[in-house]
Design a protein around this ligand. Structure first.
Ligand code: 5GP
Ligand code: ZN
Length: 124
């Protein structure tokens, strides 16, 4: 997917991060996905994996997003290990996606939190 074809929202914090207008500590990127460290980590490892295109939340997903979401799921365990999560089963990681106000979502650009590392954690 070309950068020009990406749907973005100029007022969206994570679209600005994807565009490099707001700095972030990158973990991974490819044509359609971007991952970066959370600015307020809950755990020794805490990064966010997002689509580069603006999708407000999981509530907006359609069948057209199935392949991309599948790629995200497959990427999570790989990036978790690369970022320092310990191997399963003694280690592992937590992934979650807050969706909507009652789901605790604060930034309305779909994102998956990936957290791991030795406990205790700050939260979660
Ligand atoms: P939510 O509550 O929407 O699931 O999570 C949003 C996450 O984005 C929070 O964990 C918060 O710390 C993180 N975050 C908010 N603003 C920034 C930022 O400017 N840079 C980075 N790297 N993370 C951010
Ligand atoms: Zn966005």
């Amino acid at each position: 997917m070309s950068e020009l074809a990406l749907h973005t929202d100029p007022d969206c914090l994570f679209c600005k991060i994807v565009a490099g207008k707001i700095p972030s500590r990158m973990v991974y990127q490819d044509d359609e996905l971007y991952a970066f460290h959370d600015i307020h980590p809950w755990a020794p490892v805490h990064f966010l994996l997002i689509p580069k295109q603006h999708i407000a939340s999981m509530a907006q997903l359609t069948d057209a997003h199935a392949a991309m979401m599948g790629r995200m799921m497959v990427l999570v365990p790989k990036l978790a290990l690369l970022e320092g999560c310990n191997p399963y089963p003694a280690g592992g990681f937590r992934m979650l996606s807050n969706t909507g106000a009652e789901g605790g979502q604060e930034v309305h650009h779909l994102h998956i939190h990936v957290m791991g590392g030795p406990r205790p954690w700050l939260r979660g």
